[in-house]
Ligand binder design. Sequence first.
Ligand code: G4P
Length: 193
Amino acid sequence: MQLLEERIKADGRVLGDSVLKVDNFLTHQVDYKLMKEIGKQFAETFADAGITKVVTIEASGIAPAVYVAEALDVPMIFAKKSKNITMNEELLTAEVYSFTKQITSTVSISRKFLSPDDKVLIIDDFLANGQAALGLIKIIKEVGADIEGVGIVIEKSFQDGRKSLEDAGYKVVSLARVAKFEDGQVVFAQADA
Ligand code: G4P
């Protein structure tokens, strides 16, 4: 997605040799106009998949996911990383290990929001090692819903998230694919959409 690549080039900052900071349009401050275009792009790509729910994980997946849900006219559900006192119904949970943060967190979704008839599109802001998406897949499979694909805003292709997801049989669609960082600049690989 050219608009997204241009924005990453203009506003993204490379930190060290493996992290891209995009906090002025995606992970902290959010550019809703860009999110809206991202939503339209994913909706177009998955137009024939019969998606009934969009699922993401808090926090930074929520902004793109809600615009995908709007474009597909379906609900968006985000997995929670901490349980609060109102979550008193049956929960579906998965352990997610973050290589970046080196912590394991338990993520959960209330069972009442998913049914075996659902066709789910998973959306996330970053794909690094794929652990967040794999955790969501475990939860969604537990209710017997179908997973039609994983939509990623920014994939770091030099990490093995895509391979893990494709090896497990899932379609991955990334709007920007970072092949590498060179002299503080982002080098893109061919994106999926
Ligand atoms: P994985 O899910 O693909 O295995 O990724 P990993 O555990 O390595 O990443 C953990 C967190 O760091 C995730 O956010 C992920 O979105 C984010 N992340 C990974 N690589 C980058 C990067 O290059 N730049 C930025 N900005 N973030 C990156 P999270 O823990 O779910 O945090 P948040 O969504 O609550 O902010």
